[in-house]
Design a protein around this ligand. Structure first.
Ligand code: FAD
Ligand code: NAG
Ligand code: NAG
Ligand code: NAG
Ligand code: NAG
Ligand code: NAG
Length: 591
C-alpha cells in the first residue's frame, strides 16, 4: 500500500524534477529538425537502438562522415524523472522499460514469485543508460586478458581516458559522509589484517558515478543530444527484422514497425550497426533467420545463417542483499530524503542526499565483490516489486520494511566473474513477443563459492573497529527455506541458502553475440565486430563482450563503442583531438 508519505515524496520528486529539468536545459523533447524532414527509405548508416552504445555510435558517424545516419529507437524520449539519480527505479515497469523477466530459475531465485527475476532494460532514447544506477567502472585489466587483439586493457585505455574526459564523473556522496569514511577505514583494516600485497589483496574504494551536479549523465546526454540535428532519429519504431540479400551473405536493410502498426523497409547503403543490447540484439538476429538452426526451426523461422552461438554465453551478476543495522544515524532514510532542507539543497545547489545515487563504496577480493548501498529504508511496495520478491522473503531480508526511519544500509555481495552461462532464445516468431531469457544464475557450483567469499568480505568489514563504533550489526534473515541451517552467514549452508533464496539480478547481462578471432567457432562477431559470414552488419553493444567485467559494464560498453567507430571509419589509432561536437551543424537533414 502506498502510504501518504510515499505520495508526498513522489510529489516532491515531481516538483524538483520539473525545476531540475529547466535548470539543466533539457532542450530536446522533440527534435524539430527531424520532424520536418521527409521520410527517406535509404540511409548510408542505420544504427539500431539508441542505448549506451548506439548513442555514441550514431553521434560519431554523423559528425565524422558526410554520410546520412538513421538512428532507430523502439521507445520514446525519457522524461525528467530520469535525471534524478534516486528516482531511477520509478521508471521500471513503465513504457520506458522493456520489463523482461527470466525463465523460472532452478539454482537461485527461490524467494521470488515463480522463481523469476525481473530484468528492466531501458526502452527509449538513451537506453538502459537512462535508468541504470550510474555506477562507473572499467573493471580491472585482467578482465580483458583473453579478449581478441585490439581489445585488451592496454588497447582500450585511451578510450577509457577519452570517456572520462567527456562524461562527468563524481563521487555522488559528499566526501565528509560518515558512512563512506567508516567503509574506507574498515577496508584498510581488513586489508591490513589479510597481510597480502599481491594480486589477491583487498581493494576498497569510494564509488564513482556518472553524475553532473546531481543529475544523470549518460551516453545520450554526452554524445547524442548535442548533435541531434545532424542525424535522423526515429523514435517509437521497432526494428522487427534484418533484411538479407537473396544469398543470405549480406544485410541490405531493416524491417520496421511504427507506433501506429504500419510496417516499412529501410535500406542502408553502407552498413547497419546493431546496438539493441544483450537481450534484443540476439532476438533481432534470430527473428531474421540468423542463429541456432534448431531454435529457429522450432519457431518456424526460415534459416538464413546457422550461427549456433547467437544468444548463448549469457552472463549476469547475481547480488545477494545483506542488510546491516546501524545504531548511529549515518545512513540515508526515506525520512531524511523527505526533509525540506534536502529538497532545497538539491534544487538550489544540486547537492545533498537527493543528488546522489546512495552508492557509497565498493570492495573486492579476487573475483568477489561488495557494494555499499547507503539506504536504510525504502518503500516496501516499490522495492519488493522491483525485484519480484515474495512478501515474506522481502520482509525477512529487510527489517526496515515497515519503518521509514530505520538506520542501516544494504551490502550487495556478488561473484564478479561467474562461470554459469545461460542463453537468450525465442518464445515465438512474433517480434512483439518477449524473448526467452535464462541466465542460469548459480548453476555452476564455483559461483556459489565465489559469492560466499563476497559475503565473507562483507562480514569482515563489519567486524572492523570502525563499523563497530557506529553500532553495525548484520541482520540475519529468518527464511523458511533456510531454517535447516545454523543462522549465521559464516555457516556455509546458511550463506548458500540465503544467496539462493534472496539473490537478485545484477542487470549486467552480456555475451550473447560474443566477439572472437575469426576461426573461433563460438564467436558471433570478429575482432572488428562484424557478423561472421554476413556483410554489412556490425554489432556494438553489451552482447559482444566475450566475458564479464568485474564491476559495472556501462562505461566499458561506451568506450568499446567508441573504438568500434574508429574501426569502422578505418582510423588506425585513436584521434587525440576532441571529437568536435559542432553545435553549428544544425543543417538540413543530410538525407
Ligand atoms: C536497473 C539497471 C541498473 C544498472 N546499473 C548500472 C550501473 O550502476 N553501472 C553500470 O555500469 N551499468 C549498470 N547497468 C547496466 C548498463 O546500463 C547496461 O549494461 C548498458 O546500458 C547496456 O548498453 P547497451 O548499449 O548494450 O544496451 P541499452 O543501453 O539497453 O540500449 C539498447 C537500446 O536499443 C533499443 N532497442 C532494442 N531493441 C530494439 C528494436 N527491436 N528496435 C529498435 N530499438 C531497439 C532499446 O530500446 C534501447 O534503447 C544497469 C542496468 C539496469 C537495467
Ligand atoms: C564533408 O564535406 C565538406 C564539404 O564538402 C568537406 O569540407 C569535409 O572535409 C567533409 N568531411 C568529411 C569528414 O568527409
Ligand atoms: C584469493 O586468491 C588467492 C590465490 O588463489 C588465495 O590464496 C586467497 O585465499 C584468496 N582470498 C580470499 C579472500 O579468498
Ligand atoms: C504510421 O506512421 C508512419 C510513421 O510515423 C507514417 O509514415 C504513416 O503514414 C502512418 N500510417 C498511418 C496509416 O497512419
Ligand atoms: C547448424 O550448425 C551446427 C553446428 O555447427 C550443426 O551441428 C547443425 O547440423 C547445423 N544445422 C543445420 C540445419 O545446418
Ligand atoms: C515492524 O514489524 C515488526 C514485526 O515484523 C514489528 O515488531 C515492529 O514493531 C514494526 N515496526 C513498525 C514501526 O511498525
Amino acid at each position: 500500500m502506498w502510504s501518504h508519505k510515499v505520495f508526498f515524496f513522489s510529489f516532491l520528486i515531481l516538483v524538483l524534477g520539473c525545476l531540475l529539468y529547466q535548470y539543466n536545459d533539457f532542450e530536446l523533447w522533440t527534435n524539430e529538425d527531424s520532424e520536418t524532414c521527409p521520410e527517406t527509405q535509404h540511409y548510408d548508416y542505420i544504427v539500431v537502438g539508441a542505448g549506451s552504445a548506439g548513442c555514441i555510435v550514431a553521434s560519431r558517424l554523423s559528425q565524422e562522415t558526410n554520410l546520412t545516419v538513421l538512428l532507430i529507437e523502439a521507445g520514446e524520449e525519457f522524461n525528467w524523472l530520469s535525471s534524478v539519480p534516486l528516482a531511477a527505479p520509478l521508471m521500471q515497469g513503465t513504457k520506458l522499460d522493456w520489463s523482461y523477466s527470466t525463465e523460472s530459475q532452478k539454482f537461485s531465485s527461490w524467494g521470488l514469485k515463480d522463481n523469476k527475476q525481473i530484468w528492466p532494460r531501458g526502452k527509449g532514447v538513451g537506453g538502459s543508460g537512462m535508468l541504470n544506477y550510474l555506477v562507473h567502472s572499467f573493471g580491472r585489466p585482467n578482465d580483458y586478458a583473453n579478449w581478441p587483439t585490439g581489445w585488451n586493457h592496454k588497447d582500450l585505455s585511451p578510450y577509457f581516458r577519452r570517456f572520462e574526459s567527456k562524461i562527468s564523473l563524481s563521487e555522488g556522496i559528499p566526501s565528509e559522509d560518515e558512512l563512506a569514511k567508516v567503509f574506507l577505514a574498515a577496508g584498510d583494516e581488513v586489508s591490513r589484517n589479510s597481510g597480502r600485497a599481491d594480486e589477491s589483496r583487498h581493494h576498497f574504494r569510494r564509488a564513482s558515478s556518472t553524475l553532473l551536479k546531481g543529475a544523470r549523465r549518460s551516453s545520450y546526454h554526452t554524445y547524442l543530444r548535442p548533435v541531434l540535428s545532424s542525424l535522423r532519429l526515429l523514435t517509437n519504431t521497432l526494428v522487427t527484422q534484418l533484411i538479407l540479400r537473396e544469398d543470405g551473405n549480406a544485410v541490405e536493410g531493416v524491417a520496421v514497425r511504427f507506433e501506429n502498426g504500419t510496417v516499412a523497409r529501410i535500406e542502408a547503403r553502407k552498413e547497419i550497426i546493431l546496438c539493441a543490447g544483450a537481450v534484443n540484439t540476439p532476438h533481432i538476429l534470430m527473428l531474421s533467420g540468423i542463429g541456432p538452426a534448431e531454435e529457429l526451426e522450432e519457431h518456424h523461422i526460415v534459416l538464413r545463417k546457422n550461427i549456433t552461438a547467437v544468444g548463448k554465453n549469457l552472463f549476469d551478476h547475481l547480488n545477494v542483499p545483506i542488510y546491516v543495522n546501524l545504531e548511529k544515524p549515518v545512513s540515508l532514510t526515506l525520512r531524511k530524503m523527505q526533509s525540506v532542507v534536502q529538497v532545497l539543497k538539491y534544487i538550489v545547489f544540486g547537492t545533498g542526499v537527493l543528488a546522489s545515487n546512495a552508492i557509497i563504496g565498493v570492495g573486492r577480493v579476487n573475483d568477489s565483490g561488495i557494494l555499499l548501498f547507503g539506504m536504510g529504508s525504502a518503500d516496501e511496495k516499490m522495492l519488493k516489486d522491483l525485484a519480484n520478491f515474495q512478501t515474506k522473503t522481502f520482509r525477512a531480508l529487510f527489517p526496515s520494511y515497515n519503518n521509514t526511519g530505520h538506520e542501516g544500509f544494504i551490502y550487495l555481495a556478488s561473484c564478479l566473474k561467474t562461470k554459469s552461462r545461460g542463453f537468450v532464445g525465442l518464445h515465438s516468431d512474433d517480434p512483439l513477443d518477449a524473448p526467452k531469457i535464462d541466465p542460469a544464475y548459480l548453476q555452476d557450483p564455483d559461483d556459489v563459492a565465489c559469492t560466499r567469499t563476497a559475503i565473507d568480505l562483507a562480514l569482515d568489514t563489519l567486524e572492523s573497529s570502525s563499523f563497530r563504533k557506529i553500532g553495525a550489526s548484520v541482520h540475519l534473515p529468518d527464511l523458511e527455506q533456510c531454517r535447516h541451517a545454523m543462522k549465521s552467514y559464516r555457516d556455509p549452508e546458511y550463506a548458500k541458502c540465503v544467496m539462493k533464496v534472496g539473490g537478485i539480478a545484477g542487470h549486467h547481462p552480456g555475451g550473447t553475440c560474443r566477439m572472437g578471432i575469426s576461426d573461433d567457432e563460438n564467436a558471433v562477431v570478429d575482432e572488428h565486430l562484424r557478423l561472421k559470414g554476413v556483410e554489412g552488419l556490425r554489432i556494438v553493444d553489451a552482447s559482444v563482450l566475450p566475458s564479464q567485467i568485474s564491476g559495472m559494464p556501462n562505461s566499458v560498453i561506451v568506450a568499446m563503442a567508441d573504438r568500434a567507430v574508429d574501426l569502422l571509419l578505418g582510423y588506425d589509432s585513436i584521434k587525440q583531438s576532441d571529437l568536435s561536437v559542432n553545435e553549428e551543424i544544425s543543417d538540413e537533414c543530410k538525407n
